[in-house]
Design a protein around this ligand. Structure first.
Ligand code: ADP
Ligand code: MG
Length: 555
């Protein structure tokens, strides 16, 4: 017999293992959850492969088994899913593919409990095995191969791989339990854990011969018969992100024009705001309760990528490739309906419970702003969901909608005004505001350049042009001259200029001469009440704040 091949873990994995084995984090149960979730994924993958490849099919029932061995202090978690080849063992459990997880691990300090509870989220759930075990064996045989392998590690720096005879299809993770962790061979304790975390796993989980989960598909049940606990449980199963319950959920069922059931969940926190990089998860897609894809990224537009959920439609074909799925009519229609329903759900939330909506907006407003630039079909609906700080409030935390803005605006106000700047208070001191203050016209204050980009991109809302108040296109309400046709305007402009005293004209030309390298022209302004002068942008130009932001991007 030849000696096992020896491999070294990637540096980040070593760090993770160190973090896990020295962590004071007491919730070791999550390791079971992670390993069961991997087993369930492996069964999904097998089922999917066997749908398209007849040769892989057999009559073994797909299931997960927990096999505790008290005497030897070993807990095995076994599945008859896809299994892994030699190369897959090296690629999947030995390196971290997902770049977001690498960043997460590099920044991990190892003493914060959230960091550990989040590990499932970053594609490193397998390693939680070392919270329970000081030696882990992975016995596995890929469904594509005759030969099996044994992977083994004590979780310090390296692992070995050697051939293993007589393995059935799938994977057994054998945990050699740490000292004092005998409880993980105890049936009652294990049942408790499975109940807590794995009720919704869609495969039978057996402890010895006993079935311990009920795999009930809650999405086909009528809403009225479901409890909050059931919704929470399903959320925890789908998201496994450490949150007890979702911020809100949307449960829809429809029979015509096509049949589908869905539950969508909005998380409590937007991890993208916390610097974790792009959210990377999709929607689970089922046809008649059978999972077709557990990570579909095409069923919701990108800007709604923060939602978790499941869609089940009897009208979707089972074995279909990703590409042809996107071309499927039912698929496209479901997508359309989902987006509309999510947006109308948000609209009614905003109407019924503003505080709750604003809390949502603080977390996920960035997603809606993204939608303005990408979802043209639903632009109006999204625009109504946006919120911005304004001159009506006292800080950037008080947010106002475009509709609320227009409600306060006078009949004769034909434009919606905004002004960018470094922060709320700097903006509020901008001399361009004086006339707006005097006339009592509300102006959106936009310290966040993203807001400014969104508003200038939106350009119009309910027949009102949206413009920056430092632009020459500003037409103040009640300013009759500005509203008359352009020929007249020219005349009046001239009249106005003529009306200037020769002294004032002299002043203007002196300024113009002095500033000729920096400004296009110097004119008399009606906008000022207290300040002697202000800078405005020529017609057609983008706002000065936006120019700053854009030039930052070029540096
Ligand atoms: P994630 O599940 O987010 O991908 P994990 O660290 O939990 O991250 O697992 C890493 C990878 O190891 C999985 O993506 C899968 O390829 C492989 N793996 C883990 N457990 C199993 C299993 N029971 N059967 C087959 N493959 C597995
Ligand atoms: Mg996993």
């Amino acid at each position: 017999k030849t000696a096992p091949e020896k491999f070294t873990f990637q540096a980040e994995i070593k760090k993770l293992l160190d973090l896990l084995s020295h962590s004071l984090y007491q919730n070791r149960e999550i390791a079971i959850r992670e390993l069961i979730s991997n087993a369930s994924d492996a069964l999904d993958k097998y089922r999917f492969l066997s749908l398209t490849d007849e040769a892989l099919k057999d009559d073994q029932p797909l299931e997960i088994r927990l096999e505790p061995d008290k005497e030897n202090r070993v807990l095995a978690i076994c599945d008859n899913g896809v299994g892994m080849t030699h190369q897959e063992l090296i690629d999947n459990i030995g390196t971290i593919a997902h770049s977001g997880s690498l960043d997460f691990l590099k920044n991990a300090k190892g003493d914060e409990k959230e960091e550990v509870s989040l590990i499932g989220k970053f594609g490193v759930g397998f390693y939680s095995a070392f919270m329970l075990a000081d030696k882990v064996e992975v016995l596995t045989r890929s469904c594509q191969e005759e030969k099996g392998w044994k992977w083994e590690s004590d979780g310090t720096g390296d692992f070995t791989i050697e051939p293993q005879e007589d393995l059935g299809r799938g994977t057994s993770i054998r945990l050699h339990l740490r000292k004092d962790l005998d409880e993980f061979t105890d049936d009652t304790r294990l049942k408790y854990i499975l109940n807590k975390y794995s009720t919704f796993v869609p495969y039978p989980i057996k402890l010895g011969e006993e079935l311990v989960n009920d795999q009930k598909p809650i999405w086909i049940e009528p809403k009225t018969q479901l409890t909050q606990e059931q919704y929470d449980g399903f959320y925890q199963y789908l998201a496994h992100n450490g949150e007890e319950s979702a911020r809100w959920h949307l449960h829809l069922s429809s029979d015509s024009p096509f049949q589908f059931h869905t539950i969508l969940y909005c998380p409590q926190t937007n991890l993208e705001l916390m610097g974790f990089g792009r959210t990377e998860h999709g929607i689970s897609l089922c046809a008649k309760r059978i999972l077709v894809q557990n990570d579909n990224r095409d069923l919701l537009p990108e800007y709604l990528r923060f939602l978790y959920g499941l869609v089940d439609s009897a009208d979707l074909p089972l074995n279909i490739s990703r590409e042809s799925l996107q071309d499927n009519t039912v698929f496209r229609k479901i997508k359309k309906v989902l987006v509309k329903r999510v947006l109308s759900h948000l609209a009614s939330m905003a109407k019924d419970d503003e505080e709750q909506y604003l809390e949502f907006y603080r977390q996920f407003g960035s997603a809606l702003r993204e939608g303005i630039g990408t979802d043209f079909e639903n632009r109006d609906a999204i625009a109504k969901l946006l919120r911005f700080p304004s001159s009506r409030g006292t800080s950037e935390t008080e947010l106002v909608s475009l509709e609320a803005y227009l409600e306060k605006a006078g009949e004769d106000q034909k434009q919606i005004y905004y002004l960018g700047g470094n922060d709320f208070h700097t903006i509020s001191r901008n001399p361009n505001l004086e006339i707006f203050r005097k006339k009592g016209i509300e102006v959106f204050f936009l310290p966040d350049p993203m807001d400014e980009i969104v508003l200038s991109n939106l350009a119009k809302f309910e027949d009102h042009d949206i413009i920056s108040i430092d632009s020459a296109e500003v037409k103040l309400p009640g300013d009759e001259k500005a509203e008359s046709d352009s020929e007249e305007k020219e005349d009046e402009k001239q009249e106005e200029q003529e009306a200037l005293t020769p002294e004032f004209e002299k002043v203007l030309s002196l300024f113009e001469e002095e500033l000729k390298d920096d400004v296009e022209s110097v004119t008399k302004s009606d906008r000022l009440t207290d300040s002697p002068c202000c800078l405005v942008m020529p017609e057609g130009a983008i706002s000065s704040q936006l120019q700053k932001v854009l030039s930052m991007g070029n540096k």
